[in-house]
Design a protein around this ligand. Sequence first.
Ligand code: SAH
Length: 348
Amino acid sequence: MEKVALMDFSYEELCAFVVEELGESKFRADQIGQWLYRGAEIEEMKNLSKDLRAKLSDRCIVGGVKIVKTLKSQHDDTQKFLFELRDGELIEGVLMGYHHGHTLCMSTQVGCRMGCAFCASTLDGLVRNLTAGEMLSQIVAVNKELGGGRHVDNIVLMGSGEPFDNYDQVVSMLRRLNEKNSVGIGLRNVSLSTCGLIPGIDRFKKEGLPVTLCLSLHAPNDQIRNKIMPVSCAYNIKDTIAAFARYIDETGRRGIIEYSLISGVNDSVECAAELSRLLRGLRVHVNVIALNPVKERDLNAPTAARVQAFLKELENRHISATRRRLMGEDIEGACGQLRHKTKQEQNA
Ligand code: SAH
């Protein structure tokens, strides 16, 4: 019989499993849940009888991820983690220490199939989706690593993967962030970033989950966007912005537009002016960042002066925009630098 991954159960499902399948009381399900979200292995669940632990080991796995490598930035309070999944696949995550707490940038897929020209996560294509349990496990593992009562306060779904390409597991993970015994992260402390899968945006708006939606736009028109984001060929910019606007309207949340500046591609003052026209009247904030270099890609960041000029043009046109702080660049932990790694590369 295939073992079940305990972390993949919601609270209700865990209770049902413990009561109906294992013939134990609901109280035991709570105890197990508390251990799971502390990152314990079955043999460490000391307040369960030996018998029950043996039964669990027989039928279940914890189903989480393990931190196998940690890199600390020399310049800022950023750490990059390499997580190993149960099938040996590796994913990366980044923890940023801000004054308002710890923010974990986490992955939703192993690899990605969106094919954006500037992003390292998509170089090997999509390997597989992560389960809700594997996503929650990234938070649990980091909490355990932080120790001393410190824990992840905010999450951003901006690691490898396209969240709406793994829709059901992502939504199930989001619903479980705040259930009993879980990691206790409010949905207002969650940002979900999408490259613009319109059906996903429209469906997500109906879930009633108050997360901040971020749209990776990176261009003011289809002509430029087609060159760097294949998704743009399926969904044009006008329809994408309209879907984003519907999300903002119906949820009452402010949206975030992500715009990574690539030298000579999307960084001119004319692009900034065109972007302002596109976003006029929308309740959005634009996060501008200079491209983070990815060695396999022949794309460069603009000069600081060009970044400033781009921001100034947005400001002059009354578009709320800031340059996002660059963090973790020295450990390849900045946006778009997280990649799928193989075992050999892990040791390199
Ligand atoms: N698939 C989602 C989640 C990825 S989030 C999405 O596309 O939004 C990571 C963010 O970093 C996205 O805005 C992405 O477009 C951006 N990004 C990717 N590669 C980058 C790079 N090399 N430099 C700067 N930003 C990059």
